[in-house]
Design a protein around this ligand. Structure first.
Ligand SMILES: [Zn+2]
Length: 214
């Protein structure tokens, strides 16, 4: 029932996540993959007594926790607990069945918008790929049901990303590569918006105006 290839995949993605600068601390942000066939979620651990890591760059497959859709631990080495944000990951999977991978980042550029409590506007054509502007959810305490509910509301039915106020970013994908593409687009979109506002007065565009109808 436990798919070790998925544990490897989450661990490798977590190391890449760290290398990209999406988590400067040892437990900032987290990733998960849903095994839709078995209704299981493979997710980053909660660092602590049983997971002694200095940062996400050293995470191994044995550190990855497997939980069911109710948050019960199905498989975990050395009594390792899932990340405290597991409720948010599960809530997203339940509300968006097409999503099979989630990246929750504490990245710099999108973080500026999250701290300011502002949506990331659509300034480039490629933003259509993440459903347009990236909405900043209302503030919720880390690890709470309240935060999970506010994130679901910000994501709506078709957004591929949203911001957690004073906290970070969430990017969704049909698989982990897709989730990274969304996370990268959000981070790039945030950087472009910050720099464009320094240079001048950038005009937001609408998704429906990006492509010709022909
Ligand atoms: Zn976080």
């Amino acid at each position: 029932m436990i798919n070790h290839a998925i544990k490897d995949q989450v661990a490798e993605a977590t190391r890449i996540f760290f290398e990209k600068g999406y988590s400067p601390s040892k437990d900032g942000g987290d990733l998960s993959i849903k095994d839709a066939e078995n209704d299981l979620v493979y997710i980053c651990p909660k660092p602590g007594r049983n997971v002694k890591i200095t940062n996400w760059g050293v995470i191994r497959a044995d550190d990855i926790v497997v939980i069911d859709m109710d948050g019960n631990i199905v498989a975990s080495d050395n009594h390792i607990l899932p990340t405290i944000e597991y409720k948010m990951h599960l809530a997203i999977y339940k509300s968006r069945p097409e999503i099979n991978a989630i990246i929750h980042a504490h990245a710099a550029n999108s973080g500026v918008f999250a701290i300011a409590g502002l949506d990331i506007p659509i300034l480039t054509a490629e933003m259509y790929q993440i459903g347009g502007s990236v909405v900043c959810a209302e503030f919720g305490k880390a690890g709470s049901d309240d935060l999970a509910e506010k994130m679901i509301k910000a994501l709506g039915k078709d957004k591929r990303g949203a911001l957690l106020k004073n906290h970070g970013t969430v990017a969704l994908g049909t698989d982990m590569d897709d989730a990274f593409r969304c996370a990268d687009l959000i981070e790039k979109g945030a950087r472009i918006a910050i720099l464009a506002n320094i240079l001048g007065d950038p005009q937001e565009i609408r998704c429906e105006d990006i492509f010709s109808s022909r």
